[in-house]
Ligand binder design. Sequence first.
Ligand SMILES: [Fe+2]
Ligand SMILES: [Fe+2]
Length: 368
Amino acid sequence: MCLPVRTRRQVYTRRFAMLEILVVDDEQEIAKSLGDFFTRKGYNVCIAKNGKIALELVKKNRPHLVFLDIRMPMMDGLSVLRSIREFDKSIKVIMVTAFGTKEIISEAQRLGAVDFIRKPFTREYLEHDVIAKVSVQLFEDLRQEIEEKNGLIEQLERLNQRMSRNFYQTVMSLATALESRDRYTHGHSERVEMYSKLIAQELQAAAVGKIDEKFFDDLHIESRLHDIGKIAVPDTILNKPGKLTREELAEIRRHPAESARILAPLEHIKDNIDVIYSHHERIDGSGYPERRTDKKIPLRAKIIAVADAFDAMTSDRPYRNALKHEAAFFELEKNKKVQFDEDVVDAFKRAYKKKKSRSEKEEIMLKV
Ligand SMILES: [Fe+2]
Ligand SMILES: [Fe+2]
């Protein structure tokens, strides 16, 4: 028999607590007083008047906690306890006894009873002692449940990270494959990464911006993936030898937003997406996709913009031959403060000069 949940408050508590208690006692008065007490507290209570009914209810309802009388006709409490533990070890059993001997109590403990209460009960004993024992046991249950859930969450997080990393590797390979489609863009993102790194090192030396190890890690991801959205642009437009129509130009200009859309599921690079998204913005607000101005463009996007433009100018295109490095630097200088960030262009010029004089020295050393 399960007692009805009576008041609105109890319904509320039950819905959230959903804690099931089974009271097993052949003395109806005792069972009822214990049952009524916990029903008033908002628990879902069932009562069994003997061991056989108790085991049926245990199998049917899997209660969180059982109050089990030791001395009952036909099947005593210890036999019922043994069967409950065989069925489900997580069910807490508190033995109820009027005159339990030491031997019976230690046998019940050996079989897995978690606690004892003495009957008959006074209201005070129920309010203070019994409720405390129940709280301790149910809290323990809850704690274990939370630990199990936390373990599961950790496992899921690890799985998610692994999947995210695999997807990241796939996207990286895709970026390389995308550039291998034709000779014009072959190796573009690798060169953009190399120029971007040179610029960042020079800016770091000049103490411009907050440039640390993470900055370089982020720059690696962003420079390598900045054009991944071009996968959505047809080859016929990307490699068109002549002048692009307005529609074709609009199609190409979708690629930063496409890159952001493709990379959005990658949780561990979510902070890199805005840089990738804004690598074609210009200082004067004439860029795309959002026409952002100077302060609203992230530093790494400004770096990639310069590295990207330099590589585009110094590579062959279907409609023109590659510019010499000096001519490309002249173009960067001309568009400083309009299209490109001044500090970034200057840093690139300094870095390029240093690298050039280093390679010349190395060449002389080799000849000597
Ligand atoms: Fe781009
Ligand atoms: Fe690019």
